[in-house]
Ligand binder design. Sequence first.
Ligand SMILES: [Zn+2]
Ligand SMILES: [Zn+2]
Length: 263
Amino acid sequence: MAEVYFLGTGNAFSPPGRMHALALIDSKILIDCPPTVIPQLIRGNCLPSELNHLLITHWHADHTFGLPFLLLNRKWMPSEESDGQELEIHLEENGIEILSNLCRMGYPGSLEDSIEKDIIWNKDKQSKLSGTEWEMERFPVLHTPQTEPHGYMLTHSSGFCLLHCGDSGPCEEIDCRVGQSDVVIVEMGVPDYVDSPYHHTPSDVEELSNKYPGVKILVTHNYSNSGNFRHGFKPPNLSYNIHQLDDGNKLIINGKGDYILKK
Ligand SMILES: [Zn+2]
Ligand SMILES: [Zn+2]
């Protein structure tokens, strides 16, 4: 069995009812590291020191600025079970300097040993994620080019395929992988009136679902609010095979590769 836990489903503005988007897989693999990653993990009953893998999609602050807090927490609040297990960070090569500098800026003089010893930097675009039942492929997507945006195709030992599109507008690299996936996680960072090639709008998500009606689409990095709030955008109405995730939702995958969504 496998589990994908959505401990945040909001875009960079953290709309009412949503924390910044991240996904936690089997309490071992984290996709993206937003500034409030520590309270998000703790709310999800996960200890930061027990993470084995961090998959970075791009350099924007809502996806990376939690790293200094994560390293500080792992250094000073280790659990007995974690037993000095390193954190393998999967990323494009330029990110090693960018994220190291981010940690030095956040806690000058305090994280040098963590950067050296707690982290394994992995630039490989394909990897078996050690200690887990998953392997990944990283592929380029369409977002602010300065952030080196990527998505991840994750394959479970059961054969289940999960496509995480990163932060991206519609693009060929996503299109050619959707048909091979069981579930697709797609960001919907802006409403329809925003004219940007770098994000999916509700109409873009509808179009993707019309092209691949057999694929379940989960929307995250949502611009709209969740719950009853006076402020922010109301969630758009989307087709039945598109689910707009809320914080705390879980995707549960059984040994045969079938899945259910738990709200
Ligand atoms: Zn973002
Ligand atoms: Zn972004």
